[in-house]
Design a protein around this ligand. Structure first.
Ligand code: ADP
Ligand code: MG
Length: 326
């Protein structure tokens, strides 16, 4: 969806697979002898995140909470409490457009660990799944030394898929910062964190992909600076059923996958968890509301909307600073 541009010969590139996708870290000016140790460190960290947050692994910490048929406080790690706290807060900011309790609907529509449905879910099924969602059903309890999650309905299903990559990108970036590394690009699939410059001494450049069936067509090139950036899109992860196209982003208000013409939203902010959570919420809002939200919050966003003969670009006021040079 977005990626670093060009073969950066002067940067050391480390990569691997995680969370059912890929990761890549580019570091400038690194001692090559330390590269393998760094690669292993990042891989181990991301594998640990996956064991924490995955809805595809039945024994992840998150899935153990989801399966627990209890409404009593459930002990979790500090990391889990922090991720859920931030996700609930961002969810509330978007008036529930981004909602990590959307899991039963994600599963009903076949975008989670449950299989793709063979026919379009009927209104009763949608209403039943929707009744099991809602930010108000999930609480984080923070004591000085212990943290808990608590649900007030036993069959809540928390889905952190939309914040996991961003969380992991922030974590790797913090670790690199702690090592005094000043020039890097961290990519955890669609969530990026950038700092400093690339191997040529220029700002890191990020390509926003042109939606469509052909891979790798560039719509625009951005220079986000020392920030996180991510893009949510409805054009890559979808299936067709009964002649309709269903994208993997669900509107929690209707209980159905998005059908409007907004195809992607790119968000820039200091934290990748924040951009990764918000891009999904902004997709749900649709272009008009997303741009109003972004201008109210001084948030740089870039949107692509499908038109009869191509795509229309619209961006928020704060985005002007990252606007590609003509
Ligand atoms: P992308 O693949 O476009 O980068 P993400 O992986 O960040 O998107 O987020 C999509 C996933 O988030 C879906 O597969 C689903 O599990 C979950 N999801 C779908 N709709 C919502 C929503 N409205 N709020 C929160 N999470 C959602
Ligand atoms: Mg997202």
């Amino acid at each position: 969806m977005r990626r670093g541009l060009g073969a950066d010969v002067a940067a050391t590139v480390l990569d691997g697979k995680t969370m059912g996708t890929f990761w890549r870290v580019s570091v400038v000016g690194m001692d090559e002898g330390k590269a393998e140790a760094l690669r292993q460190k990042v891989q181990a960290q991301l594998d640990a995140d996956d064991r924490l947050l995955s809805t595809w692994k039945n024994d992840s910490a998150l899935m153990r909470f989801n399966h627990a048929a209890t409404t009593e406080p459930w002990p979790v790690s500090e990391a889990m409490a922090d991720i859920v706290t931030l996700s609930l807060r961002i969810g509330a900011k978007t008036a529930g457009a981004m909602d990590i309790t959307v899991g039963p609907l994600v599963n009903l529509w076949g975008f989670g660990p449950a299989r793709q449905p063979v026919k379009t879910p009927d209104p009763q099924q949608i209403a039943a799944a929707k009744a099991r969602t809602g930010l108000q059903h999930l609480t984080v309890i923070n004591h000085a030394e212990r943290q808990y999650l608590q649900k007030d309905i036993p069959d809540l299903f928390v889905d952190l898929s939309t914040v996991g990559e961003g969380y992991a990108a922030d974590q790797v970036a913090a670790w690199l910062d702690g090592r005094g590394i000043k020039n890097y690009m961290v990519e955890i699939a669609g969530a990026l964190r950038l700092k400093g410059h690339n191997g040529q001494g220029d700002l890191w450049r990020i390509a926003v992909e042109k939606p469509g069936d052909e891979l790798g067509q560039v719509q625009n090139v951005l220079t986000p600076g020392d920030n996180g950036i991510s893009t949510a899109g409805s054009y890559r992860n979808y299936y067709e059923l009964d002649g309709q196209r269903f994208s993997h982003i669900i509107d929690p208000a209707t209980g159905k996958p998005l059908t409007h013409k907004l195809v992607s939203v790119t968000v820039i902010a200091p934290s990748a968890l924040y951009t990764d959570a918000l891009d999904t919420g902004l997709m749900v809002m649709g272009a008009d509301k997303a741009l109003i939200f972004a201008n109210e919050h001084n948030l740089p966003i870039y949107t692509l909307t499908k038109t009869d003969d191509g795509f229309k670009v619209r961006f928020s006021r704060a985005f002007a600073a990252y606007q590609p040079k003509p």
